[in-house]
Design a protein around this ligand. Structure first.
Ligand code: NAD
Ligand code: HSO
Ligand code: ZN
Length: 387
């Protein structure tokens, strides 16, 4: 921690104390405190609606019952980044669904400031969401501590949360050791637009995810040359007006050959939609005449924000949907963070003697076909046990 975070820590002060959390509530700007409470209210409302039935059965055929039982993961480690900036929003976006899912042990690791202090806003968010343990440790070392455990930090069953390439690499190395959740790496967004889009709003929204870091990607994808030319005129002044390091992050993204941001002109809106589906962005803003008309065609994205009044920051902070989203094309197969990241589903089966009689011959025949004699014997001439 000393080399990268310029902080000296000891096992005794790794864990954030109750007193620090209470002080964070007192220290935090009251308007920011209220904003966190308001945001958590919406995120909570939305994620409570996601919760599935705790247990259910359906009758597949007479006497054959199949179902599922939902249980929370027993312990989860949430990684909340803090290298290029503090993220209380990431804290509540991870801890809210974990708490609603009923995870009995919610642990957070987040990098401290050189003073050893943890961002007060993140502590307030953690406390409001019912986090049980908070450790001032970041980077790959935090992921390792959560996965393997240390004398101070008891290991967890699952680690999840976004981070920089070192954090992402650590999670990838742990694949197969424990559940490392969805791949949430450097930020990215696509603005999908037609010729009805407002260049001023598009130029502003393009800088949102771009300002996260030099490795963030933000793209305008449109079939309108006029929109591209208008946004090209607006971007340089908007970037120049940003403070450091956000100015350099955006300049790198849009103006350097190392950048991964840009403006993409397609021949048709359909081509723009196809490009977007293939790219599978973390965030997708839709600035077209009728966003709900093309929504059925938009299949791969961490989130889809519809219309010019739904810019990405609303999803990042306050709308209610989750902002911890798959990046790097993983939105082709991974979902946005939700209560399901903290639950597991167990299949349930119950068969009556009548149901057993209807299944045993089929089961025996398939077991023999696959060469499993014990499987076959278990369902041959089975004494009719009392159910
Ligand atoms: N996908 C999402 O939903 C989402 C949400 C929020 C943030 N993000 C992304 O998460 C990332 C956060 O990155 P960050 O750097 O701000 O914070 P971070 O907490 O991920 O990384 C900081 C840690 O990295 C370690 N570190 C720094 N330099 C290192 C080096 N050279 N070698 C090894 N370890 C090193 C330090 O120990 C430090 O604690 C950004 O890219 C941001 O865009 C993604
Ligand atoms: N997914 C976004 C970053 O990639 C979430 C965020 C949090 N704070 C600001 N933005
Ligand atoms: Zn963001």
């Amino acid at each position: 921690m000393e080399r990268f975070d310029h902080v000296k820590l000891s096992p005794a002060n790794l864990r954030v104390s109750r007193a620090e959390i209470d002080r964070a509530h007192d220290l935090l700007d009251k308007d920011v405190h209220r904003a966190i409470e308001h945001a958590i209210q919406n995120v909570r409302t939305f994620h409570e609606r996601q919760m599935p039935h705790e247990q259910w059965f359906t009758q597949v055929s007479p006497g054959v019952m199949a179902g599922e039982k939902i249980t929370p993961i027993s312990s989860v480690g949430l990684y909340v980044p803090r290298g290029k900036g503090a993220f209380p929003s990431v804290m509540y976006m991870l801890a809210t669904p974990a708490s609603i899912a009923g995870v009995p042990r919610i642990v957070v690791c987040t990098p401290p400031a050189p003073t050893g202090e943890v961002d007060p806003a993140s502590l307030v968010a953690a406390d409001l969401c019912g986090v049980h343990e908070i450790y001032r440790i970041g980077g790959a070392q935090a992921i390792a501590a959560l996965a393997y455990g240390t004398e101070t930090i008891k290991k967890v069953r699952k680690v999840t949360g976004p981070g920089n390439p070192y954090v992402s690499a650590a999670k990838r190395l742990l694949y197969g050791t424990l559940d490392v959740g969805l791949p949430a790496g450097p930020s990215e967004s696509i603005l999908l637009a037609d010729d009805t889009a407002d260049p001023e709003l598009v130029a502003r929204d393009l800088l949102v995810e771009a300002e996260h870091g030099p490795d963030s990607s933000s793209l305008l994808v449109t079939n309108s040359r006029a929109l591209i030319e208008a946004v090209q005129q607006l971007l340089p002044t908007k970037i120049a007006a940003l403070p450091e390091p956000r100015l350099t992050f955006c300049r790198t993204g849009f103006e350097s050959d190392k950048g991964t941001g840009g403006l993409v002109l397609t021949a048709t809106l359909q081509e723009a939609i196809d490009f977007t589906n293939e790219y599978a962005p973390e965030h997708l803003e839709v600035h077209v005449h009728d966003p709900f008309a093309i929504l059925p065609q938009l299949n791969n994205a961490g989130e889809i924000l519809l219309g010019s009044h739904t810019p990405t920051p609303l999803g990042n902070y306050s709308l209610g949907t989750n902002a911890i989203l798959p990046t790097g094309g993983f939105a082709h197969t991974f979902s946005c963070t939700s209560v399901y990241d903290f639950l597991k589903r167990t299949g349930l089966g119950y068969v009556t003697p009548e149901g057993y009689a209807s299944l045993s011959e089929t089961t025996r025949r398939l077991a023999e076909f696959e060469g499993f004699p014990s499987h076959a014997r278990a369902v041959t001439d089975r004494p009719q046990a009392q159910s």
